[in-house]
Design a protein around this ligand. Sequence first.
Ligand code: 2IT
Length: 441
Amino acid sequence: MARLEAKYPTEKEYLQAVREVLESIEDVYNEHPEFEEAKIVERLVEPDRIFSFRVTWVDDRGEIQTNTGYRIQFNSAIGPYKGGLRFHRAVNPSMLKFLGFEQTFKNALTTLPMGGAKGGSDFDPVGKSDAEIMRFCQAFMLELWNCIGPDQDIPAGDVGVGGREIGFLDGMYCKLARQYNTGVLTGKGMTWGGSILRPEATGFGALYFTQHLLAKAGKSIEGKKIAISGFGNVAWGAAKKAAQLGAKVVAISGPDGVCEIPDGLTPEMNEYMLVMRASNRNMVEDLATKFPGKAIFTAGKKAWSIPCDIALPCAFQNELSLADAEELKKNGCWCCCEVSNMGCQPDAIHFFQHNGVLFAPGKAVNAGGVATSGLEMTQNASHISWSAEEVDAKLHYIMKSIHEQCVRYGTKPDGSVDYVKGANIAGFMKVAHAMLEKGVI
Ligand code: 2IT
């Protein structure tokens, strides 16, 4: 850690993600001298390679815009590079290195053979027209296409990249590479190789994981009040499944504030989240405008200010602070399943773990998204399409298996489970053994 801090002093998110994993695996690592001998940790914390490129495009006013694009191929020990693309004004190498590092362990947990990667750009989709988004995606792919491929590196969506963006990216990839419908991207449309349930998968998987976690603790989700941050693809899927399982979604938030929904989110409100996302306005207040009296907007407040049983961060890294964790606990919250990548700050996690709040980390809870991307790759490779039932059954099996891996590696002497430790050790063991078996490369 000291060596990395000296080498990358400004890369806060990356250092935070690495520290969490190293702290978790320390005991196991020291029981395996062969890991130390092969310098597994030193090799694992450095990305295999980073592509960085200029993306120049023309906006609707005819003005020329320049952004920076990246693809970080982090680790390929267990399979081709796999991970999303994030378009957000704050994207920088530290953010993408943390996400690529996390992705490596998450993908290992899915039971599927996928290595870790992440990419994206500091392009800000807020306020952009569809035509601007298309031109940006095309310019981005003009640089990226040569670095990716269905057996090399398979990007997908993340914050700011959904079905619309994947469409524009795939269109340009096919044109440039003269490869058609090859499965080089996942999260595709249903008529051109996409998997049924991929849009829902991250949120659905998170709720299946939450069900297993609650069952292990002797609790159930029915009738529970749930607070969700964000209104993007992940929050949409999580809210939908939460309602289907009989829970009540009482809050949805955005960068502008929170909407409290005292009677619970209805299916109409849930579907309206898609309109809010597609509008590129990035304002949760729009829900209250559309459903007056049912969704009550408060500016500047987070979802964590609304009393709930279960908190589901579904937005951005470090979105839940120690003060938020304390407020949640004070208001009766007893479970937090992190759905966003590294959504909780380290001292918030520490607070949950030492104050009787059940906690599970993003790399286990949200792995259903990339797992279903893996299922999409399988369908593309065999030129078939599975039904929603088939995909859902496989997603169920994968989330159950991820929960079992957390229990196997994270059970404490008192019988309770440290899900952070469990997820990190399980993911690490798989990748570390693959690296050992493949030699020094
Ligand atoms: O963080 C993630 O796991 C994703 N954004 C999904 C990645 C993927 O390849 O589906």
